[in-house]
Design a protein around this ligand. Sequence first.
Ligand SMILES: [Zn+2]
Length: 396
Amino acid sequence: MSDEFSRQIIGSDNISQSDSSIRSLKDIIEQDSGDKFQGSQDQQDSGLVEKLPFPFLAIVGQVEMKYSLLLALINPAIGGVLLVGPRGTGKTTAIRGLVDLVPEIPRSLCYYGCLPEDIETGGIDAVCPNCARKFAMGEPLAALDKIRLVELPLNARIEDVVGVVDDNITGHDRLRLHRGILAHADHNLLLVDEVNLLADEVVDSILDAAAYGSYTVRRGATSATFRSRFVLIGTMNPEEGRLRPQIMDRFGLRIVVKGLIETNQRLEAYKRVQAYLANPRQVMLKYSDETKIAQTEVQMARDILPNVKIPENVTNLALDLIHQLNIDSLRAEVTLFEAARAFAALDGRLEVNNEDLHIIAPMALRMRRSTFIEKYLTEQALEEEEIRKTVNHTLV
Ligand SMILES: [Zn+2]
């Protein structure tokens, strides 16, 4: 982390303990989550946080949840985050608090989301005719813009999600298509509260778009393809219903969000929430310096991410871990490696180490094993054995 960051943090009234050990955003998260800083379980999901979000850094405890959300800002390749926990544990509050920490990215200036990188990978036909013309003229296809938080309402209909063809508009086919939430989510975070309560067709369309990075709307002879490369952030309360296993598998990091246990943390959280409810602006102001620094650190982490490497010995350890845990899904490796790289970047390093694996592995690997598949394979092995024995015995 930068010296300037260290100085500012050390100079802050908000941190009185072990100031000298603070050297990165990783440190600020761990320190701020202690009994000096907080937010609370109790304030989250209250709806009161919508207009002026409760500061992300003011949330007490929940270090793993905070890490996972920051990693999602730094590296979209982690494949999304699922926060699992009962109501009132701060899941939604934390997600909405990200709005002050988001980095800037090149944003397409085109309705269809075309980017210069599309031409690099797919040639000139990979962008729309208008962007192909702009590219040929040397005009920019994108401009820097902050990542946005796009929320999917729980009652969203499939046409809200993918978009519709408007029969009342005449003219070029493409002009008759209204973009859906998925197209608006391109290069942004897509927040899906209570993902286990969504209609199956809505969830399926989100997962398809997430898998391919684009989707096509068709109506008769009219069709258009929209870019839709987003990081999916979902929450679910397991008391209110299960999530289909194939959907669960699509989330990279899985965080179990529990209520605070220690009395002093709970008390601190309560005080923070009361202060926020009484004067949200004042609480935001109190955290504004740290928030600004954290935002810079996230941007820096995102910038250095392409240069972060995983040494071979660390790769082997990670693969061994997955093997020993009997995890089949290949998404486990992708998420573990990509999240570990993002975590090293967050700590200002260009190389992943074993300690990163210690912190990331539980988030990337939990809820990956399928008890159904394990039981199925065991039964299958027993049947094979029985067939083999019978064949050997009968066909001598
Ligand atoms: Zn275009």
